[in-house]
Design a protein around this ligand. Sequence first.
Ligand code: HAM
Length: 420
Amino acid sequence: MINKVKGTYDVLPNELGKWYFLEQKIKEITKKYHYYELRTPIMEYSNVFHRETELSDMVTKETYNFVDKGNRDVTLRPEGTAGIIRSYVENKLYVASDLLKVYYVGPMFRYERPQKGRYRQFNQFGLEAIGSKSSLLDAELIKLSNDFIESLGLENVTIQINSIGDSESRTNYLNALVSYLTPFYEELSNDSKERFKNNPLRILDSKDLNDQKIIENAPKPIDYLSSYSKKYLDDVLKYLEIFNVKYNLNNKLVRGLDYYSEVVFEVLADIKGLGNGNVLGGGGRYENLVSELGGPQTSAIGIAFGIERLLLAIEHQEIVKEEVSEIDSFIITFSENEKLYGAKIFNLLRDKGFNVDIEFNNKNFKQQLKKALAKNSKTLIIIGENELKNETVTLKNTKTEIQTEIKLKDLITNLEKEIK
Ligand code: HAM
């Protein structure tokens, strides 16, 4: 037996109900907020993700990279934003309109340590609004996220917001953070020692208990915001109040990617034992990605939800009951000739729009009956020697167990009555 690749999973037919539910909600929310779908490839040239400014673990350590037969460096996308921006620039989507609002749904790939809610192939529902720096747009996207979570029926979910400011704010803050952390360097966890060198901001996000103690008294990004960034955050919060969105200002919130500036946010569930899997979605504003990928200087904002994590939360709260599927009729035959007659009826009923099934293998009556009941068939159409001879069928209601032999020409009216 060959197993699935570590960190991947199959979705079996009986598990798809909640996926369809989620897909429907995605269609509704994107329509309501005027986000249009943009589909990009799951593989991109590596330099779409591997950029000089992007030193996050996710991009430097966790991407699936390969060299194709034409000797080109290719990467399976670890996230959706960079590919969307590549497409925005390549297709000059900025020409038609000053603001493009797009969404995407699809698989992403990260070589992470698999655990509940964390996979190596997982799916995201992401949204990007490209072309405008407006605090109203930030607030609208956060409101959309809030509406989306409500539309799923999820409870105990909070929106965490922080500002990491513009580049001036970030430089000032980084200096303060590094000065604060330097005397504690030897006490930091190995991961955080590494982050100290590459991206000290991420130490704020450390799950190590001792790191957390050290961070407790560290300077807070919000105290180092430039007056511009401070006003920008305040404006976003004012709009959120108008929109009636509840939020938590969380000054420890930093994101796992390096392209962010100004306002960042996460959508956080509260499911015991899920740890980081409680982060249902995250995003923020980014100012330089469009220009880094060869387009004009353009500000954008976006968020992506982890579909598997949303599904876990939906499952946890038992929101979607698995649908019980039913069929209208199951056709039972015995000999080859009866099967030919049965096939004619099968075809006729399907053409008329009935949901019918038939036995494809050679099985005895008991086995066929068992199958029909497993499919929750409302009726049975039984064809034996007599029925074949008389051009009739025996129609049996599986609930009342009443069966009658009827003329073939009367089948449709009788079947309609029985399945009502
Ligand atoms: P991210 O925080 O890296 O952001 O991922 C967004 C969401 O994807 C996470 O909140 C989580 O729900 C889900 N996720 C991430 N990694 C995994 C995994 N290994 N297994 C299961 N789910 C996972 C981004 O990807 C940004 N592109 C978001 C964004 C859009 N920022 C601006 N625009």
